[in-house]
Design a protein around this ligand. Structure first.
Ligand SMILES: [Zn+2]
Length: 88
């Protein structure tokens, strides 16, 4: 009988988030990399990244609420969308 020991190392490398976002000339529109706009839905009480597919639906329904950050959305009693996982 041989025993094989497998050591699985799951290393979750969470890189430093604010690690220098200095791009001099990339994207003319928004110059605020830190503050991602969070879009909440008054109806579902879920919040999304602005790029989420549901944001279009929220706008259609007219239930959009903007938050400055995930923290703001949480304070308002909202929960993160499971598709776009804002704030993770
Ligand atoms: Zn979403």
């Amino acid at each position: 009988m041989r025993k094989l020991t497998f050591v699985v190392l799951a290393s979750l490398m969470a890189g430093p988030l604010g690690a220098r976002m200095a791009h001099p000339a990339e994207g003319p529109a928004k110059a605020e990399p830190k503050s991602e706009v969070i879009v909440g839905c008054k109806d579902t009480k879920l919040y999304h990244r602005a790029s989420c597919k549901w944001v279009k639906e929220i706008e259609k329904a007219g239930t959009r609420v903007d938050f400055k950050s995930v923290a703001e959305a949480k304070k308002a009693g909202m929960r993160p969308c499971e598709d776009c996982k804002p704030g993770s």
